[in-house]
Design a protein around this ligand. Structure first.
Ligand code: RIB
Ligand code: CA
Length: 311
């Protein structure tokens, strides 16, 4: 059994990743922490509660995290986020409101508490900017010796970025936070564009979800169809955030290289994930990066764990 906390900015692919984690029988989802990115933190938290309720997981607590990047005063949503994820973050698809509310405890306190309590028995999956995790490390530096695992959807090492030539969206939102996390000494696995752009979700997945079971399948199918139309515009799209959940559960699907990583925070390549040249000869790098994926295995995982069939 794997104990997960999912930290996310609930747009379309976050919602699919969340549903995978929330409905996989081998996962204990201890809680979900919200951040900004595809939407504001408040909207993301609301979306998270509603998606969890839709897949039958009103038992999972949801905590609100930081509202903006470490060195910013506020968060301003990118136009492209509204285009790809829809104004509501969920592809403009209607979803019944969850009866549950956000927890009064801060996401940061929940993360600190859980990391101390579970130590190496906890995996944190992040599919949004790394501001919450960096804030945890700033507020409780003792957690730099934490023994659990972090799986990060973000970055681009061997391929170009998706925000500009150099940087991927999640890292680009808060490069300072990502640098803190990557240099922290914690066990971090980067699941970046290097692999998320090699796997695909297809219109046929949407069709299968739609035929599977009533409103749940229809919701995810509607979202995926919108997302496909507004990303690649063909009959398929990339598998960004779900890849982080799949990597946490099935690292054997990926080629993972130990490498000391950091993030550029200055110049035109601000937000670029790079190999830390100061630690090139490090014998036991604590960070790892996925450089290849068996897309067929990802495809068959997405096929067998059809979201709508598991609830
Ligand atoms: O670059 C892909 C990432 O940006 C994903 O987490 C997606 O949800 C968007 O935020
Ligand atoms: Ca995301």
């Amino acid at each position: 059994m794997s104990n997960f906390i999912h930290d996310l900015d609930t747009g379309v692919d976050d919602a699919i990743a969340l549903a995978l984690a929330a409905t996989d029988p081998s996962v204990t989802l201890l809680g979900v922490t919200g951040t900004y990115g595809n939407v504001t933190t408040d909207v993301g938290v609301r979306n998270t509660l509603d998606v969890l309720a839709l897949v039958g997981r009103t038992d999972v607590p949801v905590y609100a995290g930081q509202g903006h990047a470490l060195e910013q005063e506020a968060f301003h949503r990118h136009e492209v986020s509204a285009r790809i994820h829809g104004e509501n973050g969920l592809a403009q698809v209607n979803i019944p409101p969850s009866p549950r509310s956000v927890e009064p405890e801060r996401a940061i306190d929940f993360l600190i508490r859980s990391m101390h309590e579970l130590n190496d028995a906890l995996t944190i999956i992040t599919t949004g900017p790394l501001t919450n995790l960096a804030t945890v490390l700033i507020e409780d530096p003792s957690l730099r010796s934490w023994k659990g695992s972090i799986v990060v959807m973000g970055g681009a090492l061997t391929v170009r970025g998706n925000i500009n030539h150099f940087s991927e969206a999640n890292i680009s939102q808060d490069p300072e936070a990502a640098k803190i996390v990557f240099e922290s000494g914690l066990d971090v696995t980067m699941v970046g564009l290097d692999v998320t752009m090699r796997s695909r979700l297809h219109l046929r997945d949407a069709a299968r979800w739609r035929s599977g079971s009533g409103t749940v399948g229809a919701f995810f199918a509607d979202m995926l169809e919108y997302y496909i139309a507004h990303t690649l515009g063909t009959d398929e799209t990339y598998v960004h955030d779900p890849s982080a959940v799949i990597c946490a559960l099935h690292p054997e699907y990926f080629t993972i290289v130990p490498l000391c990583l950091t993030v550029e925070t200055e110049g035109i390549d601000r937000g670029r994930t790079i190999v830390d040249h100061r630690r090139l000869t490090e014998r036991n790098p604590f960070t790892k990066v996925c450089v290849d994926v068996n897309a067929h295995l990802v495809d068959s995982y997405l096929g067998t764990i059809a979201i709508c069939a598991t609830v």
